[in-house]
Design a protein around this ligand. Structure first.
Ligand code: SAH
Length: 225
C-alpha cells in the first residue's frame, strides 16, 4: 500500500509513524507513506497556501492552486484509488470504513487547516471525505494519523499474530471481551477461573458471552445492525 499525505506540517507525522506497528509496517515494506509539504507547491514567494474568504468573515481558507498542483503532480505519476479529505462533515470513520480502505492499493490524504479548503477542491478532486468524530480539530493531520493507524494494522502481515486484528472490538460486530495477564491473583483481585482452566472450548464460550454482555451494556446499537 502507498499513502501520499498532503500537509503543511509534515513534521507532525514523524512521531506517530516512527514507532510500534506503523513503523514495523513501513520497515517491512508493506506500506510506504510519502509526505508532501503543500508549501512546496505554492508559487507565492512567501510560500502562502491560504487567503481571505470571499464574502468576509473570520479565518483563512486554503487556496485551490497549491493543492491542485500537488494532486495533479501525484496523479501524473500513478493512478490513485481514492483522494481522501479529512473533514468534520465527512463520512464518520468506523471499523467498516477502515476495513474497506485497508484493501486499497494507494490513496492520497489531504489535510485541511484554517476554515478548511476552497470548496472547488472538494468538488473536483476529492473522492471521499472522512471525519474522525463530531468535534473540530485545528488541522487534518491528527485525523490522518488516526485513519492511517486504523488501516495499516489491518493489512495482512502487519500484525504478527494474524488473528489478533480480527479479534479486536467491532471486527465481528461485538466489543472485545476483558483481558488479563499475570499475576493471576493481585492482592486478592483474581482472574476469572475459566481463563486458568486450560479448557479452550469453555474459554471461547466465556469470551463470547463477555463480548455480548459488554456490547449490550456499552454499545447496544451495534447489536441491531
Ligand atoms: N470550518 C470547518 C472546520 C475546519 S477545521 C468546519 O466547521 O467544518 C480545520 C481542518 O481540520 C479541516 O479542514 C479538516 O481537514 C480538519 N478536521 C477538523 N476536524 C476534523 C474531524 N473531526 N475529522 C477530520 N478532520 C478534521
Amino acid at each position: 500500500m502507498r499513502i501520499d499525505i498532503i500537509t503543511i506540517f509534515p513534521e507532525i507525522f514523524e512521531s506517530p509513524f516512527g514507532y510500534s506497528i506503523i513503523k514495523r509496517a513501513i520497515d517491512k515494506g508493506i506500506v510506504a507513506v510519502q509526505l508532501h509539504n503543500l508549501r512546496d507547491y505554492s508559487q507565492n514567494k512567501h510560500r502562502n497556501v491560504d487567503d481571505y474568504p470571499f464574502g468576509g468573515g473570520a479565518g483563512m481558507v486554503m487556496m485551490i492552486d497549491p493543492i491542485a498542483r500537488c494532486i495533479e503532480k501525484l496523479k501524473s505519476e500513478r493512478d490513485y484509488d481514492e483522494v481522501i479529505y479529512t473533514s468534520p462533515d465527512g463520512e464518520m470513520l468506523n471499523q467498516s470504513v477502515s476495513n474497506q480502505i485497508s484493501t486499497l492499493n494507494n490513496f492520497i490524504i489531504l489535510c485541511g487547516h484554517y476554515k478548511g479548503i476552497d470548496e472547488r477542491i472538494r468538488e473536483h478532486f476529492i473522492t471521499r471525505e472522512i471525519s474522525i468524530g463530531n468535534y473540530v480539530l485545528s488541522g487534518g493531520e491528527l485525523a490522518a494519523v488516526v485513519l492511517c493507524d486504523s488501516i495499516i494494522r489491518l493489512i495482512p502481515g502487519v500484525i504478527g499474530d494474524e488473528t489478533s486484528a480480527l479479534s479486536d472490538s467491532f471486527q465481528d460486530g461485538l466489543l472485545a471481551p476483558p483481558v488479563y495477564t499475570r499475576p493471576s491473583d493481585y492482592h486478592g483481585w483474581r482472574v476469572p477461573d475459566v481463563l486458568l482452566s486450560g479448557n479452550d472450548a469453555e474459554i471461547q464460550k466465556w469470551r463470547l458471552e463477555q463480548s455480548i454482555k459488554r456490547t449490550t451494556e456499552r454499545r447496544p446499537e451495534m447489536l441491531n445492525d
